[in-house]
Design a protein around this ligand. Structure first.
Ligand SMILES: C[S@@+](CC[C@H](N)C(=O)[O-])C[C@H]1O[C@@H](n2cnc3c(N)ncnc32)[C@H](O)[C@@H]1O
Ligand code: SF4
Length: 454
């Protein structure tokens, strides 16, 4: 089948599988705070070294980019910084009281929103507070998302002194027409300057986020973005597919019309061109939407089959326990998922009272755990295997019919209990993962709305 026909055929709504089950299918009725707390202790028993990945969601931004799907609060009022940090530290104290062993931090990621909305002093207070009563693994990775417009040398230096060595900058696209449409104006010089500063200060992994599928994006315009990016030679690149999810984000995304978006075929052409040019420049494609130079830890993790994917995306540190702190943050003890409240005021109020600010969660069944690992392997390694006993006879029959269809299109090869995705099949890894998703196959609900696969 021709590539354009494949794209038309498979460009359906599909989860990004940063978790399995995906959030819209969590069985919140079976979840309890007690189950969550017990699972944390269990995770520490299963990983006797007490490794914890920490994610902190810092939700504030000074202005609204109209393409953004992140959970954020727009404000110019910097008086919000200190109460928010106090709340995060209170929430972390609740966890530390629950742990039976001293947590050993293997990963710390500050995301958002915009972490660099906060002053360097307040970020220092946050990180120093988080590290109280913990040990830090010698190979720990500390990283943050830096907005190129608000990341100062002082931010870079302060966080470097605290152990941060990786920063990702939100670039998106250099085309002025696209920037105008997404209300995010930033010159290549500005990105080059902040990238050079990060390197001078001592960051060993500088990453740029690019997005394919933004309004008014063209192959010609993005060719220039690729060239400008390669001139700066970031160690890592994210090439996200634009998630158009206006139903989730209210008016924030409605600054442009759906007619202004490139088609699925154009999007795929742009992605293919970027992939080819990045590979020609020495980058290796990692998972679904990442590229890394071979000196970057993400490449090492791929080579050692240590690559992991969680709510933060691809990571090099597969800890049993991921604690997400802050409003809307998601946590994962491998057996249980939870998400915090999405309301900033409620979050601050509850955390300061010493109450875990949980909104909902899901306790994974034994079958969930097996399918979770199966899909994780697909997303990280493009191959997987399974134990047929987890599927009923009718599920198995459907599974093999679907596998046959993908194989006939040249997207994968399979036998009774394993499959390997072909290079042509890689853009369709979300579609292939869907055939194992019991929730999606059994009870599609209107609440389960995902962005398109391409
Ligand atoms: C939290 S933001 C980055 C930090 C900072 N706020 C900034 O904008 O530079 C994380 C990244 O998510 C990506 N992103 C946000 N909304 C997206 C969407 N709708 N589709 C795909 N990627 C998106 C962007 O590449 C963005 O840089
Ligand atoms: S892209 Fe970054 S700065 Fe823009 S609204 Fe989203 S989180 Fe905020």
């Amino acid at each position: 089948m021709a590539p354009t026909q494949l794209i038309e055929k498979y460009n359906v709504a599909a989860p990004r599988y940063t978790s399995y089950p995906t959030v819209p299918f969590w069985n919140t009725a079976s979840f309890s705070e007690k189950a969550w707390r017990e699972s944390i202790v269990q995770a520490q028993i299963e990983d006797p070294t007490g490794g914890v990945s920490l994610y902190v969601h810092l939700p504030y931004c000074e202005s609204m980019c109209t393409f953004c799907a992140c959970h954020k609060r727009i404000t110019h009022n910097h008086a919000v910084e200190e109460p928010y940090i106090e709340a995060v530290l209170s929430e972390w104290r609740i966890y530390k009281q629950q742990f039976k062993k001293t947590p050993r931090i293997v990963e710390l990621h500050l995301g958002g929103g915009t972490p660099t909305f906060f002053s360097p002093q307040n970020l220092q207070k946050l990180v120093e507070g988080l590290l109280v009563g913990t040990t830090t693994d010698p190979n720990a990775e500390f990283s943050f998302e830096g907005h190129p417009g608000s990341t100062t040398k002082a931010h870079l230096q302060t966080l470097h002194a605290l152990g941060f060595r990786r920063v990702s900058f939100g670039v998106q696209d250099y085309d002025p027409i696209v920037q105008l449409a997404i209300k995010r104006i930033q010159m290549p010089d500005q990105i080059a300057k902040v990238t050079a500063q990060a390197r001078e200060v001592g960051y060993t992994s500088v990453s740029h986020d690019l997005v394919v599928g933004l309004p008014f994006q063209t192959l010609k315009g993005f060719t220039k973005t690729i060239q400008q990016t390669l001139q700066m030679r970031p160690d890592r690149l994210s090439l996200y597919s634009y998630a158009h999810v206006p139903w989730l984000k209210g008016n924030g995304q409605r600054g442009f019309d759906e007619n202004n978006l490139p088609t699925a075929v154009q999007k795929q052409e742009i992605y293919a061109l970027a992939r080819q040019q990045f590979e020609a420049a020495g980058y290796v494609e990692i998972g679904m939407d990442h590229f890394a130079l071979t000196n970057d830890r993400l490449f090492e993790a791929l080579e050692n089959k240590q690559l992991h994917r969680n709510f933060m995306g691809y990571t090099t540190t597969p800890a049993r326990l991921l604690v997400g702190l802050g409003v809307s943050a998601i946590s994962d003890s491998w057996r249980v998922f939870t998400q915090n409240t999405k309301d900033v005021e409620e979050y601050i109020y509850l955390a300061k009272q010493g109450i875990l600010p949980l909104l909902k969660g899901h306790v994974l069944s034994d079958t969930d755990l097996k399918i979770r690992q199966l899909i994780l392997n697909l997303m990280c390694l493009f191959e997987t295997n399974w134990d047929n006993s987890i599927f009923s006879e009718s599920q198995r029959a459907t599974l093999y019919v679907q596998l046959e269809r993908f194989a006939a299109d040249g997207l994968l090869a399979f036998d009774d209990t394993s499959l390997r995705i072909s290079s042509q099949g890689r853009p369709f890894v979300r579609n292939i993962s869907m055939i194992f998703d019991e929730y999606l196959n059994e009870k599609p609900t209107p609440a389960a709305r995902f962005s398109n696969a391409i």
